[in-house]
Design a protein around this ligand. Structure first.
Ligand code: ZN
Length: 416
C-alpha cells in the first residue's frame, strides 16, 4: 500500500490549525485522517476512526475523536469533537457501562455540547497512552482477519508488533478488552481486531499513519505469498440488463415495501464482483456474513440471489424466501436478547445476479451508492479470503447483535 503522506500538505494543515487558533496537532490529525479516508482500501463511508490527545488552554487533557456523521476523507476540525480525558480514563476502572450510558458519558464531557456524538470507539482510543490513534478496515487486513484462529498467524507475520484482540462487538466491552490486551503487550505498535480491522498508535501523526501503511502492506504481502493478493479498487465495467432491473424494481416496490415511494438501484459489475457472483458456492459464501461488523447495518447480513433471466414471478419467489429467512433469523436471535427488539423491514439491501453483477438498493441515492461501494470492496476482500483459506466472518449471533444494536440504529438515522 502506497503512503499518501506529503510534507508540504502536512505543514499546510499544521499552519491552518495555528491560524485558526487550534492546536497544530489537531491540524495534523485532520490531515492524516483525510489521507487514511482517501484510500478506499483503508476505510469507506464513515468506517474507521482517528483521534489525537492534546492539552487544552487551561492545561486540561482532552481527546479529539472522530464524530459520527463525518467521513474521514472530508473531515474538518469540527468533525473531531473534543472530550475531556479524565472522566473517560475513570470509566476504565469503574463499573461496566451499557453502550447508551457510554454515549451519555462521552456527550456529558464534550467541550462543546453542540458537537456530534464521539465515535463509539472513543474509549478505546482514550485508553491507549499515545497521542495519535488510527483505526481502519483495510481490504487486505479483512481478508486475513476473517479467517478462523488467526492468533498464531498474526504472531508469525507481525511478531510482537501487533497484539491480537479476539472478536468483541464495538462499544464499551471492546474498549475494556482491547485495553487489557494492550496492557499485557505494552511493546506493541498496534492491535489486530479479529473479524474487524486494526488500530495503530504513536506519538506523532506521521508515525501512526506510517505504521498503518506498513501493517497493511505486510498483510498484502502475506496474501500475495499465498497467491491470494486482493485486486485493487476496480471500476464498474459492464452495463446492467435494464429489463431485468425493471422486473426487479416491479417486485421490490410492492405493497408494504420500504421502497414503495423511492427506490435507488446501484448496479455494479467489476471483475472482482463477477468472480464472486459466478462462483458455484455463492449461495453458501454470501450467507456467511459481512466483512466487518458495521457493514451489516447498511447491507443486512446477506444478499438476495436471483438469476439473470429470472421472470418477475421468479424474483417474487426469491424475495418471499429472503423475507422468510430474515424473519426466522430475527426470531432466533431476538429470543436470546436481553432487551426487546423490534424487527426492521425484511427486504434485502443487496441483490446478487448470478454470473452478472450486484445491485445495491436504497430508499435514497446516497444509501444505494454506499451499499454499492461496500459490495465493491467486500467482494475483493472475500475473494482474497477464499483464495487464502476460508472466509469466516463473525457468527450469525454477532451479526444480529450488531444489526440490532441500539446505538447503531441511532447512527443510521443520523447518517441518512
Ligand atoms: Zn471499526
Amino acid at each position: 500500500m502506497q503512503s499518501r503522506w506529503n510534507d508540504i500538505d502536512a505543514k499546510a494543515f499544521e499552519d491552518a490549525a495555528i491560524a485558526a487558533g487550534q492546536d497544530p496537532q489537531l491540524g495534523l490529525r485532520v490531515y492524516t485522517s483525510r489521507i487514511v479516508g482517501a484510500d478506499p482500501d483503508l476505510v469507506l463511508h464513515g468506517g474507521g476512526n482517528t483521534s489525537v490527545k492534546v492539552t487544552g488552554a487551561d492545561g486540561e487533557e482532552i481527546i479529539h475523536i472522530k464524530g459520527s456523521g463525518w467521513d474521514l476523507d472530508t473531515i474538518e476540525a469540527p468533525g473531531l469533537p473534543a472530550v475531556k480525558m479524565a472522566p473517560l480514563l475513570a470509566a476504565r476502572d469503574g463499573d461496566k457501562l451499557s453502550d447508551p450510558d457510554m454515549v451519555a458519558l462521552l456527550r456529558a464531557n464534550l467541550l462543546d455540547p453542540a458537537s456530534p456524538n464521539p465515535s463509539v470507539e472513543a474509549l478505546l482510543h482514550a485508553f491507549l497512552p499515545f497521542r495519535f490513534v488510527d483505526h481502519s478496515h483495510a481490504t487486505a487486513i479483512l481478508a486475513l482477519a476473517d479467517q478462523k484462529d488467526m492468533g498464531e498467524t498474526v504472531k508469525r507475520i507481525y511478531g510482537d508488533r501487533l497484539a491480537f484482540v479476539p472478536y468483541v462487538m464495538p462499544g464499551f466491552d471492546l474498549s475494556i478488552e482491547a485495553d487489557k490486551v494492550y496492557r499485557a503487550n505494552t511493546d506493541c505498535e498496534g492491535l489486530w481486531l479479529e473479524n474487524h480491522g486494526i488500530f495503530t498508535f504513536a506519538d506523532t501523526a506521521k508515525d501512526s499513519y506510517d505504521l498503518m501503511i506498513e501493517f497493511v502492506t505486510m498483510a498484502e504481502q502475506e496474501l500475495a505469498d499465498k497467491g491470494a493478493a486482493p485486486a485493487g479498487p476496480q471500476e464498474n465495467d459492464r452495463h446492467a440488463d435494464e429489463a431485468l432491473l425493471q422486473r426487479l424494481e416491479n417486485v421490490l416496490r410492492g405493497e408494504g415495501s420500504p421502497f414503495t415511494k423511492t427506490l435507488y438501484m446501484d448496479y455494479r459489475s467489476t471483475p472482482a464482483i463477477r468472480d464472486y457472483v459466478s462462483r458455484t458456492d455463492v449461495d453458501d459464501l454470501s450467507a456467511r456474513g459481512t466483512v466487518t461488523p458495521d457493514h451489516v447495518i447498511r447491507i443486512k447480513p446477506w444478499p438476495m440471489i436471483i438469476g439473470k433471466d429470472d421472470s418477475e414471478q421468479q424474483i417474487a419467489v426469491a424475495l418471499a424466501a429472503y423475507r422468510e429467512r430474515y424473519e426466522a433469523y430475527f426470531r432466533r436471535n431476538a429470543a436470546r436478547a436481553s432487551e426487546p427488539k423490534t424487527i426492521l423491514d425484511t427486504y434485502p439491501r443487496v441483490v446478487v445476479i448470478r454470473g452478472e453483477g450486484m445491485v445495491a438498493l436504497g430508499a435514497t441515492e446516497n444509501a444505494a451508492t454506499i451499499g454499492g461501494d461496500l459490495c465493491e470492496q467486500a467482494t475483493r476482500a472475500i475473494n482474497a479470503a477464499e483464495s487464502y483459506g476460508r472466509f469466516t466472518p463473525i457468527s450469525e449471533a454477532d451479526l444480529f447483535d450488531m444489526e440490532y444494536w441500539t446505538l447503531e440504529q441511532a447512527k443510521l438515522k443520523v447518517a441518512n
